[in-house]
Design a protein around this ligand. Structure first.
Ligand SMILES: [Fe+2]
Ligand SMILES: [Fe+2]
Length: 221
């Protein structure tokens, strides 16, 4: 082939298809009547499923766990952190909003206290020892386990399009690769037996996804 011809062809195809794609996406976004992806809602709903699954294999109070998990991010409905008044943490803001909601719903004071205590403890990506009571540990694990596994990969891809638009397949592989240290850190802090089993499976799913995509993209055996 004539020297430089392949570069010219790449330039032609990538340039024209990028303009066409921008037009299509702009049209799609301007016609949109539903949100393309409700990250926070999807994360919380998945965390509730995980929390129920973990709670039923432990001595945790299911009602406390379910209320705490549904409300654990209630002061932060968007994808990135919501700006908070100085000195107030995400966990405190969510606990205080949860308290207001539950009191308004007529939930008894001791229950509200237990739910808010669990919410207040759900921060961070690593634990040195299990949280107490068990309901707080279950919420912590359910929240963090949604950041491990195939669901986290899919979220990373969807949300990643907003943060760094127009990724290539190799770029997606790199992004998913970058998730691994966090996934391993989380898995090491999961301490209940059902949580550990789930973390092991989810971590393996992350690794399998990376290996399989790598093999496809780089023609490896
Ligand atoms: Fe949170
Ligand atoms: Fe969360």
């Amino acid at each position: 082939m004539k020297p430089g011809l392949e570069d010219k062809m790449r330039e032609l195809v990538m340039g024209e298809s990028a303009s066409a794609a921008l037009e299509e996406w702009s049209q799609f976004l301007s016609d949109l009547e539903v949100v393309p992806y409700n990250y926070r809602g999807d994360h919380v709903a998945e965390a509730v499923d995980v929390a129920k699954q973990l709670a039923q294999e432990t001595s945790a109070d299911l009602d406390i766990v379910v209320m705490a998990t549904w409300l654990h991010d209630c002061a932060n409905p968007n994808t990135a952190g919501t700006p908070l008044p100085t000195g107030i943490t995400h966990c405190e803001a969510c606990a205080s909003k949860a308290r207001e909601f539950l009191v308004g719903e007529g939930v008894d004071a001791p229950t509200v206290k237990r739910v808010c205590d669990a919410i207040r403890k759900h921060g961070g990506y690593a634990l040195e020892k299990p949280l107490e009571p068990i309901e707080a540990q279950i919420l912590w694990e359910a929240d963090k386990l949604t950041k491990v596994g195939l669901t986290s990969v899919i979220r990373q891809i969807i949300n990643g399009v907003r943060y760094e638009p127009n990724p290539s397949m190799k770029g997606i592989l790199q992004r998913v690769h970058k998730l691994m240290p966090l996934c391993r850190k989380i898995a090491a802090s999961v301490m209940t037996e059902p949580g550990k089993r789930m973390a092991t499976k989810r971590l393996r799913n992350n690794e399998d996804f990376i290996t399989r995509l790598e093999k496809e993209l780089y023609f490896l055996e």
